[in-house]
Design a protein around this ligand. Structure first.
Ligand code: NAI
Length: 300
């Protein structure tokens, strides 16, 4: 059994949906859990302490250990306070599942600055605000750590009406990839999940699948696996829902190298099929490796 005994895990947005499922299962496996949730509506308006409090009560009823945190991830002070809650309660942070989320859907032409900011604040800046103090704490403690971010198929592949959300979610991939590189030496690993579950945020109805099949607790196992020290993956993205788990990645194909001399738009279009061909695509470890690919492809 994957035990979280003696481990302290922070889950943001844990008052409902996926975060709640993560928090409950972590506590069942012995983790001491900071159940963070600002409450509020799916669009981020309002605040309601009852969501996080109810999950803490559920954990306590099952004999687990948890504390509630009502701070918003969307400000630096909120992020600091969430991590401080773990430190004040138990003196350590072993893993963070950054999961809090809202939606403000709008087609691009109609998207307001307010709806852009609200979504970037919770998803993208929110992850920075929570993970930076957590990362510093983990580094200082020298015990390594596990970071799980929440991206989305909308960010990875696009979705009508979600430019704000998709941009934030793909931004999180860049954050995760770089955290994975910066944390590696200290044993701090970071991965992302792109979940699919029937929650108040997204129905799952579009997929024509049973709500039961899309229960959040069918995503929780991978969040826990990635939050556990036994997991060696670092810098990876996992698409998951209903019991389907698979890896997604950003890759580079072989492409076409122009002969020396002048390169024209016409010659690019003439080789477009070769440029777009995905055969032999590979996933560079980091931007340095992309640099090496340039050297490799362009060396005579
Ligand atoms: P949910 O609405 O059930 O849960 C999200 C929780 O985050 C709510 O309890 C909400 O109060 C909390 N929250 C919102 N703003 C907050 C803030 N500023 N500070 C602290 N907590 C805050 O939604 P769900 O589906 O469980 O979403 C969890 C994560 O999974 C989100 O990041 C979402 O974007 C992502 N996701 C979910 C998908 C799905 O199919 N359900 C698909 C792709 C991504």
């Amino acid at each position: 059994m994957l035990s979280f005994e003696d481990r302290v895990v922070v889950v943001t947005g844990a008052g409902r949906g996926l975060g709640r499922a993560y928090a409950l299962e972590l506590a069942r496996r012995g983790a001491r859990v900071v159940v963070n949730d600002f409450g509020g509506e799916p669009d981020g308006e309002g605040a309601d302490r009852s969501a996080a409090s109810a999950v803490v009560a559920e954990i306590e009823a099952e004999g687990g250990a948890s504390v509630a945190s009502f701070d918003s991830v969307a400000t630096p002070e909120g992020g600091e306070a969430i991590i401080r809650r773990a430190l004040d309660s138990w003196g350590r942070v072993d893993a963070v599942i950054s999961n809090a989320g809202i939606l403000r859907d709008s087609s691009f032409g109609k998207l307001s600055g307010r709806d852009l900011d609200a979504v970037l604040d919770v998803h993208l800046r929110g992850a920075f605000f929570v993970l930076q103090p957590a990362f510093r704490t983990m580094k200082e403690a020298g015990r390594g750590g596990r970071i799980v971010l929440t991206t989305s198929a909308s960010g990875l592949f696009g979705q009508f009406g979600q430019t704000n959300y998709a941009a934030a979610k793909m931004g999180l991939v860049g954050l995760m990839k770089t955290l994975a590189i910066e944390g590696a030496r200290a044993g701090i690993v970071a991965n992302a999940i792109a979940p699919f579950a029937a929650t108040r945020l997204t129905g799952g109805a579009d997929a024509g699948l049973d709500e039961e099949l899309l229960a959040p607790d069918r995503v929780a196992p991978i969040a826990l696996a990635l939050a556990h020290e036994r997991c060696s993956a670092n810098g990876e993205i996992f698409l998951c829902g209903g019991g389907w788990f698979t890896r997604c990645w950003v890759s580079v194909a072989r492409g076409w190298v122009a002969a020396s001399g002048s390169i024209t738009p016409e010659s690019v279009l003439d080789h477009f099929e070769q440029i777009r061909d995905r055969t032999d695509a590979m996933e560079p470890r980091d931007a340095m490796e992309v640099g090496r690919l340039f050297q490799d492809r362009l060396s005579p």
